[in-house]
Design a binder for this molecule. Structure first.
Ligand code: FES
Length: 108
């Protein structure tokens, strides 16, 4: 099966401060977490791979997101797990800024 990519407008480019995360709700899939860190915007699946927690409710520290449930962590740029108890990566999604708008390319 071929992978479908869907490009969605997430928000305006000034909607997020550096060091913050925003939940992007979608109609047909689980939400996405959109992050702004020092070198730009990044996106991952919002649901933690360890349990039923939204990463967008956690804390951004430099280039990592810390889950609000058990303080596991992921690399915001790649989605790789960086701190226990998380071991499985969250899926990362490409982000582009076009003019004043932030877009996420989501693979289904
Ligand atoms: Fe995220 Fe456990 S649910 S670290």
């Amino acid at each position: 099966m071929t992978e479908q990519m869907t490009k969605i407008r997430a928000c305006s480019a000034d909607a997020l401060e550096v060091g913050s995360v925003l939940q992007i709700e979608l109609e047909d899939r689980d939400p996405i977490a959109l992050y702004r860190i020092s070198d730009g915007y990044y996106a991952t699946d919002d649901l933690c791979t360890h349990g039923a927690a939204f990463l967008s409710e956690g804390d951004v520290e430099d280039d990592e997101i810390y889950c609000p449930f058990h303080a596991g962590a992921f690399d915001i740029r790649t989605g790789e797990a960086t701190a226990a108890p998380c071991v499985v990566a969250v899926r990362a999604h490409p982000v582009t800024v076009e003019g004043d708008d932030v877009y996420i390319e989501i693979s289904n």
